[in-house]
Design a protein around this ligand. Structure first.
Ligand code: FE
Ligand code: FE
Ligand code: MG
Length: 165
């Protein structure tokens, strides 16, 4: 990367790249979890869930792009083999083996909670050291907080509907 751009980073670049690659792997796993979930989800309020899951999938893919661009800018290489995603990730892939809407949405909420913790950690690690990565982590964190809130609201609607029956 540019000489001055590298100079202003007040932390070990390899350590920074490892943190960015973990987040990058998280985003691909989250993208796929939402993408496949939107296709297979079944149950009440299916259309609302499909819309939310599809929107979140697009956001996670955009996050992967943001992280990959920063990795490349820093002179690193984003994880090139999907077989390495689980190993590099902060958050586990939650296989939507049960297509029932409450299971899929519940796994999404668990994933978002892990993502919120991971981006909070990335912000702490880069605060005052790499303002660019800090800003990227903050921007992604804002989306993950919104994702958790959207899915929790959907789950609450589902629970309310069940109680009325
Ligand atoms: Fe994300
Ligand atoms: Fe998310
Ligand atoms: Mg949403």
């Amino acid at each position: 990367m540019g000489t001055k751009g590298r100079e202003i980073i007040g932390m070990d670049i390899e350590e920074l790249l490892a943190l960015l690659n973990s987040a990058f792997a998280d985003e691909w796993l989250a993208y796929y979890q939402y993408w496949i979930g939107a296709l297979i989800v079944r149950g009440p309020m299916r259309a609302a869930a499909v819309a939310e899951l599809t929107e979140h999938a697009a956001d996670e893919l955009r996050h992967a792009q943001m992280l990959a661009e920063r990795i490349v800018q820093l002179g690193g290489t984003p994880v090139t083999d999907p077989a390495d995603w689980n190993k590099a990730a902060n958050c586990a892939y939650l296989n939507p083996a049960n297509p029932y809407i409450k299971a899929i949405v519940g796994q999404g909420i668990d994933g978002e909670r892990c993502a919120i913790e991971a981006y909070t950690r990335l912000m702490k690690a880069t605060e005052g050291k790499d303002p660019i990565t800090y800003q990227i982590a903050l921007s992604i964190l804002q989306d993950e907080v919104e994702h958790e809130d959207d899915l929790q609201a959907l789950l609450e609607d589902l629970q309310e509907m069940e109680q009325r029956r």
